[in-house]
Design a protein. Structure first.
Length: 194
């Protein structure tokens, strides 16, 4: 696969992950998650065959659809954003710090895993780093699940280079759907408790 396609996918992952961190609209967040899975598909396609890469894409879109359908049935709560801090400028600054640290660590990862291309290493570390940042800044169940799914996507990209097994792709799909269903349960449970 040409390097420019991988770089486009990696930059798309960076933009969608930063937008996911900043966005307060759950509709935009679900759409950004689906776009993240599409960009991840292209990174995975560099090492996996089409059917295995497409299974990750379809599972991710199913997870996004399940979270979206669950969230549609929950009434709007304008004061539900209890994350700290709430400023968008702070979130952009924190994301920039994470991006600088990731850019510095990408070369080491490329040396450690010889089969990984630079855009794959950069994209996977962006997903893991900004997913951890998302987890550290929120208490909302939907945002936590989105952060966990983002971290899992980064792990999938890294693990693709190491293992080329159908069983691994199946397990990762089961974990993705399990996280999405746990998020749906937590959203419904939070709705019932209010």
């Amino acid at each position: 696969m040409p390097d420019f396609v991988l770089w486009i996918a990696a930059v798309t992952l960076a933009l969608t992950t930063i937008s996911l961190l900043i966005s307060r609209s759950w509709r935009w967040s679900i759409g950004l998650l689906a776009l993240q899975y599409f960009a991840t598909f292209w990174l995975l396609f560099a090492h996996w065959p089409l059917n295995m890469s497409a299974s990750v894409l379809v599972t991710g879109w199913m997870a996004a659809a399940a979270l979206g359908m669950t969230r549609v049935n929950i009434k709007e709560d304008p004061d539900a954003d209890t994350s700290w801090p709430q400023g968008g400028l702070f979130r952009i600054f924190a994301a920039a710090l994470v991006l600088m640290a990731i850019s510095a660590a990408t070369g080491s990862l490329s040396a450690w895993l010889p089969n990984i291309q630079l855009p794959m290493a950069w994209g996977s570390l962006i997903l893991i780093g900004l997913g951890l940042l998302q987890l550290g800044m929120t208490l909302q169940p939907l945002r936590v699940i989105l952060g966990l799914l983002t971290i899992l996507m980064g792990f999938e990209v890294l693990y693709t280079v190491i293992e080329n097994s159908i069983l691994v792709a199946g397990f990762l799909s089961v974990i993705t759907m399990g996280l999405a269903l746990a998020g749906c349960y937590l959203l419904v449970l939070g709705e019932q408790s209010t």
